[in-house]
Design a protein around this ligand. Structure first.
Ligand code: NAP
Length: 476
């Protein structure tokens, strides 16, 4: 029997779907799971793909089934489990074998794992996989970090299973060590911002315009045919229109307003802060999830403070306001994506990756959670100007910001005056307004810093005097 082209450990939700995808695309795959029953169940349900699958119950059997140099995908719970699994595998591996962590790892763990194998016969790939269960089964977006040589060994299989955008496979080698997992982290950070902004717009439609879930679903459905066309808008229409089988009510009205998070949003914010790059949309989204989880505290605060004492939420022209909401969402989205790409650009320099911005936008056009038409426009903008300082100053996006930021301003104003929370939308507006203003207000901060700490300042006139006339206040 011919050997398997690749191996996969971890037949949970993601691993089993990825394994079926690999098999279905004509690649022979060996599979292993810590708990043997999962392997047996997986194989018994593999139907006509059984011929492409080698189910293994021991690590020895598993490793022997794969053609060397062996690429082994590890798709298990992120964190310590991956280190444990690698230690178990190592004694069975030989020169050139590649351990590929395809879970949602913190890219710093990926760098550590990659470095630990440096100088040994083995190598490591950190591979970000996006698209959830459905993506894993039928075509995810795949972000690869590791040596280029190790990528060449798996390129054929990964290209065969990746999502396709107009025949372009959504997979790429993005750089050494943690590059793939870093890009996946920022993908998720942007996803947090996208989802939060959608939720805030939903809030304005629900609590401001008093629309029903189904009516709001209709609005999102219409938007999905326009410039906001994307997977997240598409599923928002579906969730808003879905009825609860138990009560017949809109399911969304019965779901508790406490959002979970697993860490990638928070990691995006931490890394952005570490590098001094503003990622206000992602920060607002992570904070909003944290506030959402404080349900009891919020309910207690509402009893003490009450909702903001504002009058009826009124808009002069409802139809025009809904059009404003569409444009406001687009504007805010541009801000969040611009920030995400700016964070990646800084990280590329910080970690010596040479991350290819047009390629990243390209492989996010299909397969992943943030997939959209909009990413095709980002691909074009970065292809024309790969080294631009910020997406929003490319000609196409500058034009879009100028066209839509008025709507964002009107929507944020209406929400603020109506007492409706819009932290992510407002953060985008603040970002645009600060970023586009040549003369800001940090002169006062510099003066204050010099006053209390003698930190000194630069002058606009270039004169050689770097402290203020604060007298005895200095060093206080
Ligand atoms: P899952 O369904 O909970 O499956 C977990 C798998 O990990 C099982 O095969 C389990 O084996 C294995 N495992 C746990 N601890 C282990 C250990 N110490 N040693 C060996 N194997 C161990 O998880 P999942 O949703 O497939 O997620 C897998 C990875 O993909 C995670 O890193 C996740 O963050 C990432 N991811 C998930 C999604 C998603 O939409 N779900 C999307 C992208 C990425 P047993 O059967 O023996 O318990």
């Amino acid at each position: 029997m011919s050997q398997a082209e690749i191996g996969l450990i971890g037949l949970g939700v993601m691993g089993s779907n990825l394994a079926l995808n690999i098999a279905e695309r004509g690649n022979k795959i060996a599979v292993f799971n810590r708990t043997v029953e999962a392997t047996r169940k997986f194989y018994s349900e593999a139907g006509e793909l059984k011929g492409q699958i080698v189910p293994c119950e021991t690590i020895e059997e598993f490793v022997a089934a794969i053609r060397p140099p062996r690429p082994i995908i590890i798709m298990i719970k992120a964190g310590e489990a991956v280190d444990q699994q690698m230690e178990i595998l190592k004694p069975y591996l030989s020169k050139g074998d590649i351990m590929i962590d395809a879970g949602n790892a913190n890219f710093r763990d990926t760098m550590r794992r990659f470095d630990a194998l440096k100088g040994s016969d083995l190598t490591f790939i950190g591979m970000g996989v996006s698209g959830g269960e459905e993506g894993a089964r039928h075509g995810p977006s795949i972000m690869v970090g590791g040596t280029e040589e190790s990528y060449r060994r798996v390129e054929k299989v990964l290209t065969s299973i990746a999502a396709k955008f107009e025949n372009d496979p959504c997979v790429a080698w993005l750089g050494e060590n943690g590059a793939g997992h870093f890009v996946k982290t920022i993908h998720n950070g942007i996803e947090y911002a996208d989802m939060q902004m959608i939720a805030e717009i939903y809030g304005i439609l629900r609590d401001g315009l008093k629309m029903s879930a189904a009516e709001i679903g209709e609005v999102f459905g219409t938007w999905n045919k326009g410039r906001l066309n994307s997977y997240l808008i598409e599923i928002t229409e579906k969730v808003l229109k879905a009825a609860d089988p138990l009560t017949g009510k809109p399911i969304v009205d019965l779901i508790l307003d406490k959002a979970g998070q697993k860490g990638t949003g928070k990691w995006s914010v931490i890394e952005a802060q570490n590098m001094g790059i503003p990622a206000t949309g992602i920060e607002a989204a992570v904070a909003a999830r944290s506030i959402s989880s404080m349900k009891e505290e919020r309910e207690a605060a509402e009893k003490i403070l009450g909702l903001p004492p504002v009058g009826e939420f009124t808009v002069a022209d409802r139809e025009a306001f809904i059009e404003d909401l569409e444009n406001a969402l687009l504007a805010a989205k541009i801000g969040a994506y611009a920030q995400g790409f700016a964070v990646m650009s800084a990280a590329s320099k910080e970690f010596g990756w040479n991350l290819p911005m047009p390629t990243i936008a390209k492989i996010w056009r299909a397969g992943c959670i943030i997939r959209s038409q909009f990413l095709d426009e980002i691909t074009t903008a970065f292809t024309k100007a790969p080294d631009v300082a910020n997406l929003i100053v490319t000609p196409a996006f500058a034009a879009m910001v100028k066209e839509t930021d008025g709507a964002l301003r009107r929507v944020v104003s209406a929400a603020v005056l109506g007492g409706l929370p819009v932290p992510a939308l407002a953060s985008a507006l603040g970002y645009f307004d600060s970023y586009r203003r040549g003369r800001g207000t940090a002169n006062v901060i510099q003066a204050q810093r010099d006053f209390f700490g003698a930190h000194g300042f630069d002058r606009v006139d270039g004169a050689d005097s770097h402290h203020g006339p604060w007298g005895s206040g200095l060093n206080a």
